[in-house]
Design a protein around this ligand. Structure first.
Ligand code: ZN
Length: 136
């Protein structure tokens, strides 16, 4: 896992556009089908806030739920119990910068049976061979 980084709320607000800030720093949810056409690799998905490697491109699958979905974590993922909105869910955050990414549900494909349902605005696709800006 990468070392943690910490920035103040004001710093994040200055660095990120309004929608990215709302989703990643205020645990928002983007509208479904906001990010069609994310590739399945080769490459990986990095945290838009800090560049940490989060999911491998080949873990992405088409869930038809409206958000990019992954069948396994690729690293730098923290999971937290989320009791908001009268639901019991598992929130997924970036281990490095604590960005809210989305949630993980137990209805994914085998072998993991997991569906990491992630806001596209929180992700940046990094093609194979590129390390990605700010990658740990
Ligand atoms: Zn991050």
């Amino acid at each position: 896992m990468a070392d943690r980084i910490f920035k103040t709320d004001a710093e994040w607000r200055a660095e990120l556009d309004a929608e990215t800030y709302r989703v990643t720093r205020q645990a928002g949810t983007e509208r479904p089908f906001s990010h069609p056409g994310f590739p399945n690799g080769p490459g990986h998905y990095a945290c838009v806030c800090c560049g940490a490697r989060l999911f491998e491109g080949d873990a992405k699958f088409e869930s038809h739920c409206g958000w990019p979905s992954f069948s396994r974590p690729g690293g730098n993922i923290d999971e937290h119990l989320d009791l908001s909105h009268d639901m019991i869910r598992t929130e997924v955050r970036c281990h490095r910068c604590d960005a809210h990414l989305g949630h993980v549900f137990p209805d994914g494909p085998p072998p993991t049976g997991l569906r990491y349902c992630i806001n596209g605005v929180a992700l940046r696709f990094v093609p194979e061979g590129e390390t990605g800006e700010g990658a740990p």
